[in-house]
Design a protein around this ligand. Structure first.
Ligand code: PXL
Length: 288
């Protein structure tokens, strides 16, 4: 059975990071191997939470797994508890990244133009190095702007323009050009206004082409949806599916869960009821 190493935090509440990634990878027929970056009582969007930073224990995972002689078909990194963890992930990659396995980096740093609490200038600088090692990246628009040194408000001020998505594509393509390894960037959370109605979309960009999918926007952003999306993309690419198929799978899995959460006014910090929709990820390709 294929294995994916999941470098991410474990949050008791928020339906994000490892609690999102493990079920998705499992239902898609692969072994999820968690490599925790931090353990939190709840994700950082809650008013109060306790966080145990795992920076000084990350090398133990790398060392022990190396001694065990294990290997991975995929590596997926998400939330890092500060810039000091970049070198730990790089060390893990030095040991476990190969020509053939697929590394997806989700550069978790902020959303809606705002940085998350662990954000720092050093984290952005470190993330710019880390993403060069990735086969695929899944930044939201805020994170793309941070990585490409674009002012978020300046970018979204173009959202009414016809070529808005093309402008984002140019920024994504620049990041691809800066890496020998990166094949795909999927930019999530692109909000457009057409005839007074809001739409939210995801843009996949590769060296050769691009692919954009959008749906009506409910106006609410829920915890963990980016992590669930990245988990489906990671598992799909490891299975050998195309980026287009991967995005279709992720959209089919999440769209109704997000609409339901918006209609029921679930507090956004708790995330969506993705558990109800996991069966949508089962497919005939499950044991490939
Ligand atoms: O969903 C991204 C994420 C992951 N992990 C933690 C977070 C966040 C976003 O706020 O706080 C702990």
């Amino acid at each position: 059975m294929k294995k994916i190493a999941l470098i991410n935090d474990l949050s008791g509440f928020g339906r994000c990071s490892l609690t999102a990634a493990i079920p998705v990878i499992s239902v898609m027929g692969m072994q999820a191997c968690p490599f925790p970056t931090a353990v939190l009582t709840a994700q950082t969007g809650f008013q109060s939470y306790y966080c145990d930073d795992f920076t000084d224990r990350m090398d133990c995972f790398t060392e022990q797994w190396k001694q065990m002689g294990v290997s991975f078909d995929g590596i997926y990194s998400g939330y890092l508890e500060g810039a000091g963890q970049i070198e730990k992930v790089l060390r893990f990659l030095d040991e476990f990244q190969t020509e053939d396995n697929i590394y997806l980096a989700d550069p978790v740093m902020g959303d809606h133009g705002e940085p998350y609490t662990m954000h720092s200038r050093e984290l952005v600088q470190g993330m710019k190095q880390l993403i060069k090692r990735a086969d695929a990246l899944t930044p939201n628009l805020t994170e793309l702007c941070m990585l490409a040194d674009i002012e978020y408000n300046a970018m979204v001020s173009h959202r009414m323009e016809e070529n808005y998505v093309n402008q984002i594509e140019v920024a994504a393509r620049d990041l691809i050009a800066g890496s020998d390894r990166t094949k795909y960037i999927v930019v999530t959370g692109i909000i457009r206004v057409i005839d007074g109605k809001e739409y939210i979309g995801n843009l996949a960009v590769s060296k050769q082409d691009s692919f954009y999918v959008e749906n009506p926007y409910t106006g609410m952003g829920f915890s963990g949806t980016g992590d669930l999306f990245a988990s489906v993309i990671s598992a799909s690419l490891v299975k050998g599916l195309s980026i287009r198929k991967a995005m279709e799978k992720a959209t089919y899995f999440l769209q109704e869960a997000i609409e339901e959460a918006s209609a029921e006014q679930i507090p956004t910090v708790h995330g969506v009821y993705f558990e109800k929709y996991l069966s949508r990820l089962l497919s005939e390709l499950i044991f490939l």
